[in-house]
Ligand binder design. Structure first.
Ligand SMILES: *Cc1c(COP(=O)(O)O)cnc(C)c1O
Length: 410
């Protein structure tokens, strides 16, 4: 423990774009975290849907340590074995034939959106005007200028204008609006199979199928942003695999690295061809350490029993949350897919997700929010059932604390 460093340092030396909790976790194990004072927490936040195998998973530790002993970084002037192995594995397990590696979800999406534009430019011609991107209200795709522009939340874009043009935002799950908006000028439809940051709202399967049909009709690319829903989060390696709709481009990050930064864009050979030599790139993308860890993540997730466990744990959490909700009247709806779960706050408690998170932390429980009205749970996919039960006990205590204080706080 470092007595010199505390949360107070944050306000001095960090740009104030975050408002972190007042405790600093220093150690993790499985689904538990410990802070500087040795207080223990159950972690249902998982570094925002990142720590899909919890903390200190032995297979990931081994992969990282072995690769650390070989070579850390080469850049894309050379290729490297872990990147090739990971790309091969991803193409074996998905529709994709080719992969581009980046370091984050935003970068994977940046690559996807640029590729969609470039593909239309290459195939429809430079003067075709086929550059329009269709996206959805409430969607989140990252924080670069292009990704906040495609993202459907004004608050992330405001103040950074002028932003890239040619982007239309439609209501999510609105089939009629989608049908009206798609045209021969459309180069891509971009969607999350479950709106993550936007409130944990699953896509209507018919809506997703319609997007595929419209893309085929208008020669547009279907881009699935699976940065949050991928890497087993919803009970299949990628969420679209359970929906039965295949995209042209898929982006993955968050859980892909299980805690080590990596992003990936997956596509077909035909579409990938538009990223010819020199057209796109990144220094760190495909870093051997990141790829070695991600390979261990993917190989660990490629296990039907583990995936079945995601479904079972999802059911367990849902039923416990429903029971809690009946007791406290706290939630109006429990929703989501697999272990990407959202609990919508009932009317008295609307807008107070942050207060709920604070109360939970005081009881030794880490959760997330998805907007001010939704509590989001993204635990480890292998969280022990006993930890789920203990988490529910702590959540129950936290809700009791809040009910005692009353909806407006004191
Ligand atoms: C988190 C997220 C991103 C951005 O990923 P970063 O690694 O933070 O850049 C993009 N899309 C979705 C759906 C996400 O949940």
């Amino acid at each position: 423990m470092n007595d010199q460093i505390s949360r107070a340092n944050f306000d001095q030396v960090m740009v104030p774009c975050y408002s972190p909790a007042d405790v600093i976790p220093v150690r993790g194990e499985g689904s538990r975290l410990w802070d500087q004072q040795g207080r223990e927490y159950i972690d249902l936040a998982g570094g925002i849907a990142v720590n899909c195998l919890g903390h200190r998973h032995p297979a990931l530790m081994q992969a990282l340590q072995e690769q650390a002993d070989r070579v850390w970084h080469l850049s894309n002037v050379f290729t490297n074995e872990p990147a090739l192995e990971l790309a091969k594995r991803l193409t074996e397990l998905t529709f994709a034939e080719q992969v581009f590696f980046a370091n984050s979800g935003a970068e994977a999406n940046e690559a996807a959106f640029k590729l969609a534009r470039k593909y239309a430019y290459d195939h429809a011609g430079p003067d075709s005007g086929k550059h329009e991107i269709i996206s959805f209200n409430g969607s989140f795709h990252g924080r670069t200028l292009f990704t906040v522009s495609v993202g459907g939340q004004l608050k992330y874009r405001q103040g950074f204008e002028p932003v890239p043009g040619g982007i239309t935002h439609l209501p999510y799950n609105d089939k009629a609006a989608l049908e009206l908006a798609v045209s021969d000028k459309t180069c891509a439809i971009v969607m999350e199979p479950v709106l993550g940051e936007g409130g944990v709202i699953p896509a209507d399967p018919e809506f997703v199928r319609l997007a595929r049909t419209l893309c085929d009709r208008h020669d547009a690319l279907l881009v699935f942003d699976e940065v949050q829903t991928g890497a087993g989060r919803t009970g299949s390696l990628y969420a679209h695999q359970a929906l039965g709709v295949t995209p042209d481009i898929l982006t993955s990050a968050k859980g892909l690295g299980g805690g080590f930064p990596i992003g990936a864009m997956l596509t077909s050979r035909k579409v990938g061809a538009s990223f010819g030599v020199g057209s796109h790139g990144t220094t760190y993308g495909g870093n051997p350490l990141a790829c070695a860890v991600a390979l261990a993540v993917i190989n660990t997730l490629d296990d039907p029993a583990l995936m079945a466990g995601v479904e079972r744990k999802s059911e367990l959490i849902r039923s416990e949350l429903t029971a809690l909700s009946q007791r406290h009247g706290f939630f109006s709806e429990i929703r989501g897919r697999g272990l990407l779960l959202g609990a919508e706050l009932a009317h008295h408690w609307k807008g107070q997700a942050k207060r709920v998170l604070d109360a939970c932390r005081n009881q030794g429980l880490m959760l997330l929010m998805a907007g001010p009205d939704v509590i989001r749970l993204t635990p480890s996919l292998i969280i022990p059932d006993a930890d789920i039960q203990e988490a529910i006990t702590r959540l129950d205590r936290a809700l009791n604390d809040l009910v005692a204080e009353g909806p407006t706080g004191s």
